[in-house]
Design a binder for this molecule. Structure first.
Ligand SMILES: NC(=O)C1=CN([C@@H]2O[C@H](COP(=O)(O)OP(=O)(O)OC[C@H]3O[C@@H](n4cnc5c(N)ncnc54)[C@H](OP(=O)(O)O)[C@@H]3O)[C@@H](O)[C@H]2O)C=CC1
Ligand SMILES: CC(=O)[C@@H](O)[C@H](O)COP(=O)(O)O
Ligand SMILES: [Mn+2]
Length: 379
């Protein structure tokens, strides 16, 4: 029986992780659950899965829910609560399904305690990839990708020697506005941006898909997960999201991973690795789909992807600032304070004011993250 903690259990990845766990009660058991503000769903989850430790966003919410939870569940709140759930139980795997760089301290705490990470929270690696991967290496901990593209690459690389890899290609759906010109983007609404063509996901990542920031974060995530230089990480537009990504080997072989766009599949693989378990996910029928399409990525149409590559190649706090500026810009767009195209202006303006520090320690990472948030909020 594998013991699992889920940080961000009420979100899109979190709830699908619990679906997988429910489908395999003989394989998995919940040790800890943590959520932000969705108290109704969290009360249900805690009563159903009966974790040893649970954590909610803040003290007020903890007071509100405590009477509704089983007496034996230890309840925590806030950042310390996330750390308790991530690092203070007997969990073998911690699924980081929280959104944003606020997931960093609990992820580092889990790794420090020797927990394997089912890594959905890509912002953690973009913010402090060198610290997370170095600590994981020291502790002998696996970073098991949950993100669909990275799960695909992980599966395609299985057992192969990295020296034989010529490159990897992450596929990108193009997001909600794939076929819009930049002029058409001037007047798009929040509602339009939240309509992803293939995946049902949380609001922040859905906006990131539309700006192509998501693919930028994923390029940086791939750099840290697979230890490849940016020159060997490519992006290809693939509107159907059926080929989740592929690896090109030096002998000309290309190995791809395919499947219906359903996050239950990569989530389950991260939990069951190195084994595979049965799944009720819809089967892929290429005959039904008939045709798959591909297009070269246009960095002028999607400048945020260009910015992500530039920051990745600089390294250090450049990617921290890229991520933090984007988090604030997306939150402002969702609150209708700025327009869709202003998201990229905010990121670019913050980056233009930042001098990257290379090999930053955690304190410098946190300072750069806070600074970028303040500047992004003031533009
Ligand atoms: N959704 C997807 O299909 C995919 C997502 N990812 C990545 O996974 C991560 C999660 O994405 P997604 O599930 O879509 O996001 P959601 O917005 O759906 O869920 C976010 C989760 O984080 C919790 N949370 C937010 N703030 C806090 C906080 N301060 N303290 C504790 N918990 C908090 C939320 O709790 P609450 O709702 O209770 O406030 C919720 O459980 C992101 O990093 C995303 O990039 C990667 C690949 C695919
Ligand atoms: C499901 C998943 O992994 C998302 O990150 C997805 O990749 C978003 O799709 P696009 O960013 O390609 O639109
Ligand atoms: Mn992805």
């Amino acid at each position: 029986m594998k013991k699992i903690s889920v940080i961000g259990s009420t979100g899109s990845v979190g709830t699908q992780t619990l679906d997988v766990i429910m489908q395999h009660p003989e394989q998995f058991e919940i040790e800890g659950l943590a959520a932000g503000t969705n108290t109704d769903l969290f009360i249900e989850q805690v009563n159903q899965f009966r974790p040893k430790k649970a954590s909610i966003g803040n003290k007020e919410l903890a007071n509100k829910i405590s009477a509704h939870l089983p007496a034996e569940v230890e309840l925590f709140y806030g950042e310390q609560g996330l750390i308790e759930v991530a690092a203070g139980t007997d969990a073998e795997i911690v699924v980081t399904a929280i959104v944003g760089s606020r997931g960093l301290p609990s992820t580092l705490a889990a790794i420090a305690e020797g927990k394997h990470i089912g890594l959905a929270n890509k912002e953690t690696l973009v913010t402090a990839g060198h610290l997370v991967t170095e600590l994981a290496r020291k502790k002998g901990v696996s970073l098991l990708p949950v993100d669909s593209e990275h799960s695909a690459i992980f599966q395609c690389l299985n057992g192969e020697n990295f020296k034989e890899v010529e490159g990897i290609t992450l596929t990108a759906s193009g997001g909600s506005f794939r076929d819009f010109t930049r002029e058409q983007l001037l007047n798009v609404t929040v509602e339009d941006a939240l309509k992803h063509p293939n995946w049902s996901m949380g609001a922040k990542i859905t906006i990131d898909s539309a700006t192509m920031v998501n693919k930028g974060l994923e390029v940086i995530e791939a750099h840290w997960l697979f230890g490849l230089p940016y020159e060997q990480i490519n992006v290809l537009l693939h509107p159907e999201s059926i080929i989740h990504s592929f690896v090109e080997y030096r002998d000309g072989s290309v190995i791809a991973q395919l499947g219906t766009p359903d996050m239950h599949i990569p989530i389950q693989y991260a939990l069951s690795y190195p084994n595979r378990l049965s799944s009720s996910s819809k089967r892929l029928s290429l005959a039904e789909i008939g045709r798959l399409n591909f297009r070269e990525m246009d960095l002028e149409r999607f400048p945020c992807l260009r910015l992500a590559y530039e920051c990745g190649k600089i390294g250090g706090t450049a990617t921290t600032v890229f991520n933090a500026a984007n988090e604030i810009a997306v939150s402002r767009f969702l609150k209708r304070e700025i327009s869709f195209l202003q998201i990229e202006n905010v990121i670019e303006t913050v980056l233009s004011k930042h001098e990257a520090q290379l090999q930053p320690d955690l304190e410098s990472i946190q300072a750069a993250d806070e600074w970028a948030r303040e500047v992004a909020a003031s533009i």
